[in-house]
Design a protein. Structure first.
Length: 403
């Protein structure tokens, strides 16, 4: 490409984006933005606030366990309540320390303890201290301060699945060892099976109070989107039915507000990029397709190697919209493992992995009779082949057989 062309192209793109009459403030649609109002969460706000408000009287709030599917407002509600609570505590001159840790980001026991120490003003080197030592330092310094601490552990399942519930067990017992301080725990997760990872003692202690966040309905998502859209978009650019369609599509996906907001933002971005002066339902449809493809790429990327090889076999065998069946997939898969010089799973195991791919919605399978030759499964691709290919080729091993 000639440099002049490139300049022209870039000028055009920069011009379109900077002269956008679509967004007034796109950032309010980003997942990390914390709005001041959370429609349809009054009940949950009330409950979290009433549990934690004990702290304003100097009592240790009960531990609180919060569960709800992804995008149901758990993090937003707790962050909002905790923010107001610490303002109130300052106003009333109550000693209160609130620490918010996302254990997906800070997952190791070391990181969690280091964050707790940092929050009470104690610096910790990034590595090199035994976690037992960090734990006793934390107790010592917290007691010196003589304060109440509310410790929020968000996405707590990430920590527990990797490192077990030892730290959580200690933290639920910590008050027995503190003289002048108290710690209350708030645990948040979107994993239905999370409590099965916990020792019954930890489970009952963490769950002194429990709160469930239900998925949003399409109507509720519409209210949420309307509020945000007012802040995010230039007045009048949202075409008819845009908010309604975003709400309806996200409601189908487990009432996920994050998805609804992403969809609205991406629709706006597509409109902006195409130089349109309005966001239309057509832009929403394109945004949805785009998100669906991105989702497929992510799922495929996270599959284990043998599932990827099976999926790659299916991809090859279903070119042009054809169907295939288990035996054919197994032959292709065996060729690939032989080429790579790695072990080959049994036919039975491959059958199980094919069922998993079906459950993930990447392929669809149907059992049909082949007369005397018994039953087989007819397999077809269910997701966008390009998205599947893209996800697969990120893996260097698959890329090797793909040539
Ligand atoms: N009632 C609401 N009003 C306005 N915005 C909301 C509401 N509920 C959720 N949101 C927004 O939706 C997005 C997702 O919400 P949040 O992060 O609280 O979900 P979550 O339940 O913590 O999900 P996950 O389990 O995936 O962490 C955020 O941008 C949040 O601001
Ligand atoms: Mg969250």
């Amino acid at each position: 490409m000639l440099t002049a062309d490139l300049d022209d192209i870039l000028d055009d793109v920069f011009e379109r984006v900077t002269s956008s009459r679509i967004f007034k403030n796109r950032d309010v649609l980003l997942p990390d933005y914390l709005p001041n109002k959370l429609p349809h969460r009054e009940e949950q706000i009330r409950k979290v606030a009433s549990v934690l408000a004990q702290a304003l009287k100097g009592y240790k709030p009960n531990n609180l366990f919060i569960y709800g599917l992804t995008g149901t407002g758990k993090t937003a509600v707790v962050k909002l309540v905790v923010k107001k609570l610490s303002e109130k505590a300052v106003e009333k001159g109550v000693k209160l320390k609130i620490t918010f840790i996302n254990t997906k980001r800070d997952d190791t026991p070391y990181r969690v303890l280091a964050r707790m120490l940092e929050d009470i003003g104690i610096r910790v080197p990034p590595t090199g201290v035994a976690t037992a030592e960090l734990y006793s330092r934390f107790k010592k310094f917290l007691d010196k301060k003589g304060t109440l601490m509310i410790l929020v552990l968000d996405e707590i399942d990430y920590h527990v699945k990797k490192y077990g519930d030892d730290l959580l067990y200690k933290l639920t017992r910590i008050n027995e060892e503190l003289q002048r301080s108290k710690v209350s725990l708030v645990g948040i997760t979107n994993d239905v099976n999370f409590t099965s990872w916990l020792d019954p003692r930890v489970k009952s202690s963490l769950g002194e109070e429990e709160l469930v966040f239900p998925p949003y309905t399409a109507e509720q998502l519409r209210d949420i989107l309307k509020d945000r859209a007012e802040m995010a978009f230039v007045e009048g650019v949202l075409g008819e039915g845009v908010i309604e369609l975003c709400a309806a599509l996200a409601a189908r996906e487990n009432g996920d507000a994050r998805k609804a907001l992403d969809l609205l933002r991406i629709s706006g971005e597509i409109a902006e990029r195409s130089g349109s002066s309005k966001v239309t339902v057509e832009h929403v449809r394109r945004a949805w397709e785009q998100m669906e493809k991105d989702r497929v790429v992510e799922i495929v990327k996270s599959l284990p190697l043998h599932s990827k090889l099976i999926l790659y076999s299916i991809l090859l065998l279903t070119k042009g919209g054809k169907t295939t069946y288990t035996g054919e997939v197994y032959r292709k898969y065996k060729e690939l493992t032989a080429e790579l010089g790695i072990e080959t799973l049994t036919l039975r195991r491959v059958g199980d992995l094919i069922s998993e791919l079906d459950m993930l919605g990447l392929i669809s399978t149907e059992v049909v009779s082949r007369g005397r030759r018994g039953l087989t499964r007819v397999i077809s691709l269910e997701s966008d082949p390009e998205a599947i290919r893209k996800g697969l080729l990120v893996d260097p091993t698959v890329a090797e057989v793909a040539g």
